[in-house]
Design a protein around this ligand. Structure first.
Ligand SMILES: [Zn+2]
Length: 342
């Protein structure tokens, strides 16, 4: 099968169109003919090299949507041709962490495309329990723009941020994958949403998604705007994935007892904390790494009911994965970039 994979870590130039064997299908597995696969910054980090062992040559891509091509002999309730998604959050289903709904805490936790082979190829395999049937509410490309980012944003706001109706929430970067999901989820939860966006097009998207205050950052200081609009109180939750560039001001605009929830570091991973501010204001800084399968099922239901919507910027064919990753890296996209597999 065709796969856009890499055999060593490095820049976009390590990506190669390879002819790799179609994955083997065990009795409890399902083989999926890939139609579309969403792109994430995670794909770039994995390609550049993480301090962990991954299979080589490696196929990235953790938001895989397609049609069932083959079911293992023990698989029940799924049929060939059915449109499905491969869950990006894969716990063992047997340990205490999995039973408690903390799948990322599972010692066997797997994100396909990171720990195992992903969807930038023609065929991907997954255990039947990680296969999620999809409706026709959205196209395969639209569905492929959802699971990782909506699950992450959902878990950040609900589990880690403990969002309540009436809360003030700052979402950094409304036009990013996680940002565009978080603005919608926070609105749906009844919060007042502040968000940052650096261009006219990004600001328009933020308004279309329901943000109450769209801050022209970095032209305008988001910390100043929030201070003014909340009469000096600050926000209850900051949804952060930008890192270094906004860290100091993100902390500064938290209300007493507020939560800063972070899931990324696209502008750099090293930050400083003034401990006096941290304890006097009783703030919480929480790390978030995706979420549980239960949370994924919940957020997919809301997408299916059109209470939330995928935001697709553009698609690239599989052969142009390197260009697509460079495009994502330039951070000019409005929502998600998706790879289409013909
Ligand atoms: Zn487990």
């Amino acid at each position: 099968m065709k796969a856009l994979a890499f055999a060593r870590n490095g820049g976009p130039d390590v990506l190669e169109l390879m002819d790799l064997p179609v994955p083997e299908v065990g009795p409890e597995d399902v083989l999926v003919r890939v139609l579309a696969c969403g792109l994430n910054h995670l794909d770039l980090w994995v390609r550049q090299g993480l301090p962990m062992q991954i299979p080589m040559p490696h196929i990235g891509g953790c938001e895989t949507v397609g049609e069932i091509a083959r079911c293992g002999s023990a698989v029940r309730g799924l049929t060939v041709g059915q449109r499905v998604m491969i869950s990006p959050t894969q716990g063992c289903g047997r340990c205490a962490a999995c039973h408690q709904g903390r799948d990322p805490g599972c010692r066997e936790f797997c994100i396909p495309g990171e720990h195992s082979q992903g969807g930038f190829c023609e065929f991907a395999v997954a255990s039947a329990r990680h296969i999620i049937p999809l409706s026709n509410t959205w196209t395969p490309v639209e569905w492929a723009a959802t699971p990782l980012v909506f699950l992450t944003a959902w878990s950040m706001l609900h589990r880690h941020g403990r969002i309540q109706p009436g809360d003030d929430v700052l979402v950094q970067g409304a036009s990013s994958g996680v940002g565009s999901a978080a603005v919608q989820i926070a609105r749906l939860a009844g919060a007042r949403v502040f968000t940052t966006a650096s261009t006219t097009a990004k600001q328009q998207l933020a308004r279309d998604l329901g943000a109450d205050f769209v801050i022209d950052s970095p032209q305008q200081s988001f910390a100043e705007v929030i201070k003014q609009e909340t009469q000096g109180r600050g926000v209850d939750i900051v949804i952060e994935h930008v890192g270094q560039a906004v860290w100091k001001d993100s902390l500064k605009c938290l209300a007493h007892g507020g939560r800063l929830v972070t899931c990324g570091a696209t502008t750099g991973p090293k930050v400083e904390i003034d401990l006096r501010f941290f304890f006097i204001r009783e703030i919480e800084i929480v790390g978030a790494c995706m979420g549980s399968r239960g949370e994924l099922d919940q957020v997919l239901k809301l997408l299916d009911r059109r209470l939330l919507r995928p935001v697709v910027d553009r698609t690239f064919p599989l052969e142009q994965l390197a260009a697509a990753q460079q495009y994502l890296d330039a951070r000019q996209q409005l929502g998600k970039v998706v790879i289409e597999v013909a």
